[in-house]
Design a protein around this ligand. Structure first.
Ligand code: HEC
Ligand code: HEC
Length: 221
C-alpha cells in the first residue's frame, strides 16, 4: 500500500496540480500491489545467495528462506534493512550494498525471490510438540491471549500477499524460533506490523515457540 501511495503521489506530481487536486481519482485506483521485475531482480542478488541460496532456499536453519515469500512483505523488510530500521549482524554485511539500491530495485529483488517455490520442510515427529503446535497455530489459546495464527498466516501458512502478511510455510526452524523470540523481546520492531507480532509473542513461552516453529516448518502450500 505504501508503494502504491508513493506511486500515486509521484504520478499526480508529474502530471501537474489538476490531478493532484482530484482526490476521487486516488480512491478509485484498484487496490493492487505493483509487481517488480523478476529479471532485473535476478541481476541484483549475487551477494545474497551465499546465505539465502540461489533460488531463495537457504540451507542453514538459522537463515530465512525467501523463496515463495510474499512480494510485498519482502519489499517492506528490504526497505527496513536498507534504512537501518531492522538490524541483524549478518544482514549488516549487505546493508552498504542495499543502500546503493532504490525502491524499484528492492521491489525487483522481492519479485525475484517471490517467484520461486519454498522447499518443503519436515516437522520433527515429537507427538507432544506437534499436538501443541497444531493446537496453538490453528486455535490459539484464549486464556493466554494467544490468537490463532491461521487468521493472518492462513491454514497452510501461505500468509496474505495483498495485506503483506508473510508466508511462514516451510520456513527454517532456527529462524522461526529466533524471530518469535526477537518479537517477544521487542528487538524486532521495524514498522507498525511488528507491533502486532510483538503483542502476540509476548504471551508465548519458549516451549510454545518451539512447538509453533516445528509446526510451521512442516506446513506447505
Ligand atoms: C551472511 C548471510 C546473509 C547474507 C549475505 C544476506 N542475508 Fe538476508 N538474512 C540473513 C539472516 C541471518 C536473516 C535473518 C535476520 C533476522 O533474524 O532478523 C536475513 C533476513 C533477510 C530478509 C528478511 C526475511 C524475513 O523473512 O523477514 C530478507 C528479505 C533478506 N535477508 C534479503 C537479503 C538480500 C536481498 C541479500 C543480498 C543483498 C541478503 N539478504 C544477504 C543472512 C544473510
Ligand atoms: C493479526 C494478524 C496476525 C496474527 C493473528 C499472527 N500474525 Fe504473525 N505476522 C503478522 C504480520 C503482519 C507479520 C509481519 C510483521 C513485521 O513486519 O515484522 C507477521 C510476522 C510473523 C513472523 C515472521 C515471519 C518472517 O519471515 O520473519 C512469524 C514467525 C509469525 N508472524 C508467526 C505467527 C504465529 C506463530 C502466530 C500465532 C501464534 C501469528 N504469527 C499470528 C500478522 C499476524
Amino acid at each position: 500500500m505504501k508503494y502504491l501511495l508513493i506511486f500515486i503521489a509521484f504520478f499526480s506530481f508529474s502530471i501537474g496540480l489538476s490531478a493532484a487536486d482530484d482526490k476521487s481519482k486516488e480512491i478509485q485506483m484498484p487496490d493492487v500491489f505493483i509487481s517488480g521485475d523478476v529479471n532485473k531482480g535476478s541481476q541484483l542478488v549475487e551477494t545474497c545467495s551465499a546465505c539465502h541460496g540461489v533460488d531463495g532456499n537457504s540451507i542453514s536453519t538459522d537463515w530465512p528462506k525467501l523463496a515463495g515469500q510474499n512480494q510485498k512483505y519482502l519489499y517492506e523488510q528490504l526497505k527496513y534493512f536498507r534504512d537501518g530500521e531492522r538490524m541483524n549482524v549478518l544482514m549488516m554485511g549487505v546493508t552498504p550494498y542495499l543502500q546503493t539500491l532504490n525502491d524499484q530495485d528492492l521491489l525487483d529483488i522481492a519479485a525475484f525471490y517471490s517467484n520461486y517455490n519454498a522447499t518443503v520442510g519436515q516437522a520433527k515427529n515429537d507427538e507432544e510438540l506437534l499436538a501443541l503446535g497444531t493446537q496453538l497455530y490453528r486455535f490459539g489459546n484464549m486464556k493466554e491471549q494467544i490468537p490463532s495464527c491461521t487468521s493472518c498466516h492462513g491454514v497452510y501458512g501461505q500468509g496474505n500477499s495483498l495485506a503483506g502478511y508473510p508466508s511462514i510455510a516451510g520456513q527454517q526452524v532456527g529462524y522461526l524460533t529466533s524471530t518469535l523470540k526477537a518479537y517477544r523481546s521487542k528487538e524486532r520492531n521495524a514498522g507498525e506490523s511488528s507491533l502486532v507480532m510483538q503483542s502476540i509473542a509476548e504471551n508465548l513461552t519458549d516451549y510454545e515457540i518451539e512447538a509453533l516453529a516445528n509446526y510451521m516448518h512442516g506446513l506447505y502450500q
